[in-house]
Every structure is written in C-alpha cells, then in structure tokens.
Design a protein around this ligand. Structure first.
Ligand SMILES: C[S@@+](CC[C@H](N)C(=O)[O-])C[C@H]1O[C@@H](n2cnc3c(N)ncnc32)[C@H](O)[C@@H]1O
Length: 332
C-alpha cells in the first residue's frame, strides 16, 4: 500500500506502520496514550498490567526503528501514573527498556514544563507539571540543526540587557584581597565586557574573582586557573545564542471546540521540527490524536503522516488541518 503524504489515516497504527517502507521516515514524533489514564475509545493505554503496556509500546518501537532513516530521529513523549500513591515511573521504564532492547541511543530526555498545569488540591504531594520527551537516534549521524532551535523570536523576544548588568562584580572586586593594581585591571576589564554585552557583541558573561568565587574545573580550567593566579580574576564570555537547554516551558494549549483530552502544544512540536528536520522531510505520528504534529508540520512545510484509531479524533484532526494553509499532497 502506498501511504499518501500530508494525510491523517484512520486506523490502528500497529497495522498501518507495517505498510511503511524501511528507512523512509526522517522523524517519528509522538505521544502514545499514557498507561491507564484515559479511555480514547479502544486502542492502547488500558492494558491491565504495566508490563503489557510497555511490551506493546516496544513492539511499535521496533517498527519505528525499521522505518527510520539512518540519519533520522525519534521523539516519544510519555506521562507517568500514580498507583497506591506511588509514581510508577512509566516514561523512564520505557526509555530504559528501549535502550536495553534496541540499538538506539538516547540523546536527551527533554522536559516539557507546563506553565499552566491542571490545578489540583493535593495535601501531601506537589502538582505534576512536567513531562519527558525522549529523543532517540539510530546512529551518530542524526540530522540536527541546533541553530534553528529556540530562535529568540519563536519563543520569546530577546530581552534587552539590564542597565545593572555586571554591577555586582564591582562590589566583589572591592571586597576581594586582590592587590590595588589587580583591582584596577579587573575594573577596566569588567567595564569592557559590560560594553560588549550592551552593544550586542556577546550574549552575556561571568566573572570569577580569586578568593570570592569557586575555582574553575574541567574544560578550560588550566588557562583560567593561570589567569586567576596571575591577574586575580578571569572573565568568561558567552557568545551567540542563549544556552539551549533540555527543558521547554510552554502552556498547555486549549483549542476552541477541540474535544481531544490530551493535546500537546503545536508550538512545542515546531521546536522539535526546527531541531530535527528540514523542509520536505517526512514526519510520522502513529498516535496523532487531534493532529498537533501535523499542524506543526504544515506550518513549517514538512510532510506528515498521522495515524489515529478513533474516527472522531481523525475527523477533528482533519478539520483542524483544513483550516490551515493548504499544501501540495504527494504520494509516497
Ligand atoms: C495522547 S493522545 C495523542 C495526542 C496528540 N499528541 C495531540 O496533540 O492531539 C494518543 C492518541 O492515540 C490514539 N490511539 C490509541 N491507540 C491507537 C492505535 N492502536 N492506533 C492509532 N491511534 C491510537 C488515541 O485515540 C489518542 O487519540
């Protein structure tokens, strides 16, 4: 069977995935039903034992590896569950079993921090507000575009440096036991680096002053250690983009008229697409639900295939996509 691209196909992903040729997909991006959390009207998630749930997911994962290109990426988002007031650690059990069973590497466990988690009134535990997104690859040659990830204008505007930037260091220089000429040198260098930040030449900086800050270790420790000994201080310039961290803070999306109970934000998926795909790459979501992965693909001109068992959600996803700009469909 030839699967049409840019389509949501209503059916069981365990069968449909078998029709996809080997090494043909660039990214598999998905959020399977969580263990015993919701009834989507059949399908995965309501297995009577966690072992059965994990076994089933691992079976699907085997096909994911088969259809993935050598330079492809796989991202699985899973949620956890409490049983007898104790976390089962479902996502982590899954990730451990995957890496122990298949020849894949786990590049990152990226945490989605929900800025608006469902409010709960627990007395003796905190409100869960995070979910992991596991990023797996088949080889070290995986496609990866760090520069495109979290560009400041896609998530938040780059803040202007504060007028107080670096001011605290002047006080620390005075309080230090540096010699007067070392203090003078430190103040001059501090002024220079503050100007560099204000002019946008560098992103930020850190200063370490002998006797005040902990000594550097690892990486360039040797050079910095010598600077600390001879000058009494060292300045670490932070160039380019802000640190690209393994945590993304984003609100849970509420979409008007959407009945699906577990939608992940399309904006979050846009970031994964920037990082792990290029234009016209093929993205598969075997549990596409309300179509968020496809929405993100359509926004960035990636080709998508979505599978969804529940016909109502299939229809909702198709309606949601129809409201976006149309793209040219192609055959696989
Ligand atoms: C957690 S939801 C995915 C939500 C999606 N990420 C979104 O943003 O809307 C999982 C979906 O998998 C579907 N599903 C469950 N078993 C399935 C199967 N065997 N084949 C295809 N879809 C299935 C459920 O109906 C549900 O919509």
């Amino acid at each position: 069977m030839n699967l049409p691209l840019d389509n949501i196909i209503c059916g069981d992903c365990f069968d449909l995935i078998k029709t996809i040729p080997d090494k043909s997909i660039n990214l598999i991006m998905t959020s399977p039903p969580y263990y015993q959390q919701r009834d989507y009207g059949g399908g995965m998630g309501n297995e009577d034992q966690l072992e059965h749930y994990l076994e089933k997911l691992l079976t699907l994962f085997e096909d994911c590896i088969r259809i993935l290109r050598e330079d492809g990426n796989i991202v699985f988002n899973l949620g956890d569950k409490y049983e007898n007031s104790s976390l089962l650690l479902v996502p982590y059990r899954f990730a451990i079993q995957v890496t122990e069973t298949y020849p894949v590497k786990l590049v990152n466990a990226i945490t989605w921090v929900k800025s608006n988690p469902t409010p709960r009134q627990y007395k003796r535990r905190l409100v869960s507000s995070t979910e992991p997104f596991f990023h797996f690859v088949k080889s070290n040659d995986y496609y990866y575009n760090m520069d495109a990830f979290l560009q400041p204008d896609t998530i938040s505007k780059k803040p202007k440096p504060s007028s107080k930037i670096g001011q605290g260091y002047y006080k620390l220089i005075e309080e230090s036991d540096l010699a007067p000429e070392q203090k003078q040198h430190a103040r001059q260098e501090l002024l220079t680096v503050i100007q560099e930040v204000k002019l946008g030449k560098i992103e930020s900086f850190r200063m370490k002053i002998r006797g005040i800050h902990s000594e550097p270790f690892g990486g360039q420790a040797g050079g910095r250690q010598i600077q600390l000994e001879t000058n009494g201080f060292t300045i670490i310039r932070i160039h380019g983009n802000p640190l690209k961290k393994d945590a993304l803070t984003m609100a849970v999306e509420s979409i008007k008229g959407m009945k699906h109970p577990a939608v992940y934000p399309a904006k979050l998926i846009v970031e994964f697409l920037h990082l792990l795909t290029k234009e016209n790459d093929i993205v598969l979501d075997p549990f596409i639900g309300s179509g968020s992965t496809a929405v993100a693909c359509k926004m960035l001109n990636r080709r998508y295939i979505g599978f969804e068992l529940n016909p109502d959600y299939c229809q909702q996803a198709q309606d949601r996509l129809a409201d976006l700009q149309p793209v040219q469909p192609q055959l696989f």
